[in-house]
Design a protein around this ligand. Structure first.
Ligand SMILES: Nc1ccn([C@@H]2O[C@H](COP(=O)(O)O)[C@@H](O)[C@H]2O)c(=O)n1
Ligand code: CDI
Length: 159
Protein backbone atom coordinates (compact mmCIF):
# COMPACT_ATOMS: atom_id res chain seq x y z
CA UNK A 1 0.00 0.00 0.00
CA UNK A 2 1.43 3.38 -0.99
CA UNK A 3 1.49 5.84 1.91
CA UNK A 4 2.36 9.55 1.65
CA UNK A 5 2.68 12.26 4.29
CA UNK A 6 1.71 15.90 4.13
CA UNK A 7 2.33 18.94 6.30
CA UNK A 8 0.45 22.24 6.49
CA UNK A 9 1.01 25.52 8.28
CA UNK A 10 -1.03 28.71 8.34
CA UNK A 11 -1.15 31.94 10.30
CA UNK A 12 -3.68 34.76 10.46
CA UNK A 13 -3.55 38.10 12.19
CA UNK A 14 -6.04 38.73 15.00
CA UNK A 15 -7.99 41.98 15.27
CA UNK A 16 -10.71 43.37 17.52
CA UNK A 17 -14.28 42.75 16.37
CA UNK A 18 -13.46 40.07 13.75
CA UNK A 19 -14.96 36.55 13.87
CA UNK A 20 -12.95 33.69 15.31
CA UNK A 21 -13.79 30.46 13.48
CA UNK A 22 -11.64 27.40 14.12
CA UNK A 23 -12.32 23.95 12.69
CA UNK A 24 -15.68 25.18 11.43
CA UNK A 25 -16.74 26.25 14.94
CA UNK A 26 -17.49 29.91 15.76
CA UNK A 27 -15.92 30.86 19.07
CA UNK A 28 -17.11 33.94 20.93
CA UNK A 29 -14.10 36.20 21.58
CA UNK A 30 -13.34 39.93 21.36
CA UNK A 31 -10.74 39.23 18.62
CA UNK A 32 -10.92 37.23 15.40
CA UNK A 33 -8.93 36.56 12.24
CA UNK A 34 -8.26 38.92 9.34
CA UNK A 35 -8.58 37.01 6.06
CA UNK A 36 -10.12 36.94 2.60
CA UNK A 37 -12.16 33.85 3.53
CA UNK A 38 -13.73 33.11 6.93
CA UNK A 39 -10.12 32.97 8.23
CA UNK A 40 -10.28 29.44 9.63
CA UNK A 41 -6.54 28.99 10.13
CA UNK A 42 -6.95 25.37 11.29
CA UNK A 43 -8.84 24.29 8.18
CA UNK A 44 -6.34 26.12 5.96
CA UNK A 45 -3.43 24.20 7.54
CA UNK A 46 -5.32 20.90 7.22
CA UNK A 47 -6.26 21.61 3.59
CA UNK A 48 -2.62 22.43 2.77
CA UNK A 49 -1.46 19.21 4.47
CA UNK A 50 -3.96 17.09 2.52
CA UNK A 51 -3.11 18.78 -0.80
CA UNK A 52 0.62 18.63 -0.05
CA UNK A 53 0.47 14.89 0.66
CA UNK A 54 -0.74 14.35 -2.90
CA UNK A 55 1.72 16.94 -4.32
CA UNK A 56 -1.24 19.12 -5.32
CA UNK A 57 0.30 22.44 -4.20
CA UNK A 58 -1.75 24.53 -1.71
CA UNK A 59 -5.13 26.19 -1.13
CA UNK A 60 -3.78 29.56 -2.26
CA UNK A 61 -3.14 27.96 -5.67
CA UNK A 62 -6.58 26.37 -5.97
CA UNK A 63 -8.61 29.10 -4.23
CA UNK A 64 -6.68 32.38 -4.64
CA UNK A 65 -7.23 35.14 -2.09
CA UNK A 66 -7.47 37.57 -5.04
CA UNK A 67 -10.61 35.84 -6.35
CA UNK A 68 -13.84 37.55 -5.19
CA UNK A 69 -15.49 34.09 -5.36
CA UNK A 70 -13.69 33.17 -2.12
CA UNK A 71 -14.50 36.38 -0.22
CA UNK A 72 -15.84 35.21 3.17
CA UNK A 73 -15.70 31.61 1.87
CA UNK A 74 -16.60 28.84 4.31
CA UNK A 75 -13.29 27.01 4.82
CA UNK A 76 -15.19 23.74 5.36
CA UNK A 77 -16.13 24.00 1.67
CA UNK A 78 -12.47 24.66 0.72
CA UNK A 79 -11.41 21.63 2.78
CA UNK A 80 -14.01 19.46 1.07
CA UNK A 81 -12.93 20.67 -2.39
CA UNK A 82 -9.26 20.06 -1.48
CA UNK A 83 -10.04 16.50 -0.41
CA UNK A 84 -12.08 15.93 -3.60
CA UNK A 85 -8.90 16.71 -5.61
CA UNK A 86 -6.87 14.27 -3.50
CA UNK A 87 -9.49 11.51 -3.86
CA UNK A 88 -9.60 12.14 -7.62
CA UNK A 89 -5.86 11.43 -7.67
CA UNK A 90 -6.52 8.04 -6.03
CA UNK A 91 -5.85 8.65 -2.33
CA UNK A 92 -7.84 8.48 0.90
CA UNK A 93 -7.05 9.97 4.29
CA UNK A 94 -5.21 7.69 6.71
CA UNK A 95 -5.32 10.08 9.67
CA UNK A 96 -4.69 13.72 10.47
CA UNK A 97 -3.27 15.45 13.51
CA UNK A 98 -3.26 19.23 14.03
CA UNK A 99 -2.22 21.80 16.62
CA UNK A 100 -3.59 25.34 17.04
CA UNK A 101 -1.30 27.87 18.72
CA UNK A 102 -3.50 30.50 20.36
CA UNK A 103 -2.92 32.43 23.56
CA UNK A 104 -6.57 33.15 24.29
CA UNK A 105 -9.33 31.98 24.61
CA UNK A 106 -9.14 28.37 25.82
CA UNK A 107 -10.58 26.26 23.03
CA UNK A 108 -10.50 22.81 24.65
CA UNK A 109 -14.31 22.84 25.09
CA UNK A 110 -14.72 23.12 21.29
CA UNK A 111 -12.20 20.51 20.16
CA UNK A 112 -14.65 17.58 19.84
CA UNK A 113 -17.03 19.74 17.83
CA UNK A 114 -14.14 20.77 15.51
CA UNK A 115 -13.18 17.12 14.96
CA UNK A 116 -16.80 16.31 14.17
CA UNK A 117 -17.09 19.17 11.63
CA UNK A 118 -13.81 18.20 9.95
CA UNK A 119 -14.79 14.52 9.78
CA UNK A 120 -18.19 15.47 8.38
CA UNK A 121 -16.65 17.70 5.66
CA UNK A 122 -14.22 14.94 4.68
CA UNK A 123 -16.80 12.15 4.91
CA UNK A 124 -14.42 10.22 7.15
CA UNK A 125 -14.81 8.80 10.68
CA UNK A 126 -13.88 11.08 13.62
CA UNK A 127 -11.33 8.44 14.75
CA UNK A 128 -9.09 9.66 11.91
CA UNK A 129 -9.12 13.27 13.16
CA UNK A 130 -7.09 14.79 16.01
CA UNK A 131 -6.97 18.47 16.99
CA UNK A 132 -4.93 19.89 19.85
CA UNK A 133 -4.24 23.36 21.24
CA UNK A 134 -1.38 25.14 22.92
CA UNK A 135 -0.57 28.64 24.09
CA UNK A 136 2.94 29.90 23.44
CA UNK A 137 3.36 30.86 27.10
CA UNK A 138 2.86 34.54 26.16
CA UNK A 139 5.92 34.42 23.87
CA UNK A 140 6.06 35.82 20.32
CA UNK A 141 3.20 37.13 18.18
CA UNK A 142 0.85 34.38 19.35
CA UNK A 143 1.69 35.16 22.95
CA UNK A 144 1.01 38.86 22.36
CA UNK A 145 -2.38 37.83 20.89
CA UNK A 146 -1.48 39.40 17.53
CA UNK A 147 -2.04 36.17 15.62
CA UNK A 148 -3.08 32.53 15.60
CA UNK A 149 -1.16 29.65 14.01
CA UNK A 150 -2.07 26.10 13.02
CA UNK A 151 0.07 23.12 12.09
CA UNK A 152 -1.26 19.92 10.54
CA UNK A 153 0.19 16.63 9.43
CA UNK A 154 -1.62 13.92 7.52
CA UNK A 155 -1.11 10.50 6.04
CA UNK A 156 -2.89 9.54 2.84
CA UNK A 157 -3.08 6.06 1.36
CA UNK A 158 -3.46 4.98 -2.26
CA UNK A 159 -6.89 3.42 -2.73
N1 LIG B 1 -5.89 28.42 23.29
C1 LIG B 1 -5.71 27.31 24.02
C2 LIG B 1 -4.45 26.91 24.44
C3 LIG B 1 -4.33 25.77 25.20
N2 LIG B 1 -5.42 25.05 25.52
C4 LIG B 1 -5.32 23.86 26.38
O1 LIG B 1 -4.61 24.18 27.55
C5 LIG B 1 -3.57 23.26 27.77
C6 LIG B 1 -2.37 23.94 28.35
O2 LIG B 1 -1.81 24.83 27.42
P1 LIG B 1 -0.27 25.26 27.54
O3 LIG B 1 0.04 26.11 26.37
O4 LIG B 1 -0.20 26.00 28.83
O5 LIG B 1 0.53 24.01 27.55
C7 LIG B 1 -3.28 22.64 26.42
O6 LIG B 1 -2.83 21.34 26.54
C8 LIG B 1 -4.63 22.69 25.75
O7 LIG B 1 -5.36 21.54 26.03
C9 LIG B 1 -6.64 25.45 25.09
O8 LIG B 1 -7.68 24.80 25.39
N3 LIG B 1 -6.77 26.57 24.35
C1 CDI C 1 -8.29 30.81 1.94
C2 CDI C 1 -7.77 31.87 1.03
C3 CDI C 1 -8.81 32.07 -0.11
O1 CDI C 1 -9.88 32.82 0.32
O2 CDI C 1 -7.56 33.15 1.59
P1 CDI C 1 -7.37 33.59 3.13
O3 CDI C 1 -8.67 33.45 3.84
O4 CDI C 1 -6.79 34.97 3.17
O5 CDI C 1 -6.39 32.55 3.78
P2 CDI C 1 -4.82 32.29 3.50
O6 CDI C 1 -4.48 31.10 4.32
O7 CDI C 1 -4.03 33.53 3.74
O8 CDI C 1 -4.70 31.96 1.96
C4 CDI C 1 -5.39 30.92 1.32
C5 CDI C 1 -6.43 31.51 0.38
O9 CDI C 1 -6.58 30.66 -0.65
Amino acid sequence: MQIRTGFGYDVHRLAEGESLILGGVKIEHHKGTIAHSDGDVLLHAISDAILGAAALKDIGTHFPDTDPKYKNADSLDLLKLSYDLVKKKGYRLGNLDATIALQQPKIKPFIDQMCFRIAEALGEPTEKISVKATTTEKLGFVGREEGVEAYASVIIQAI
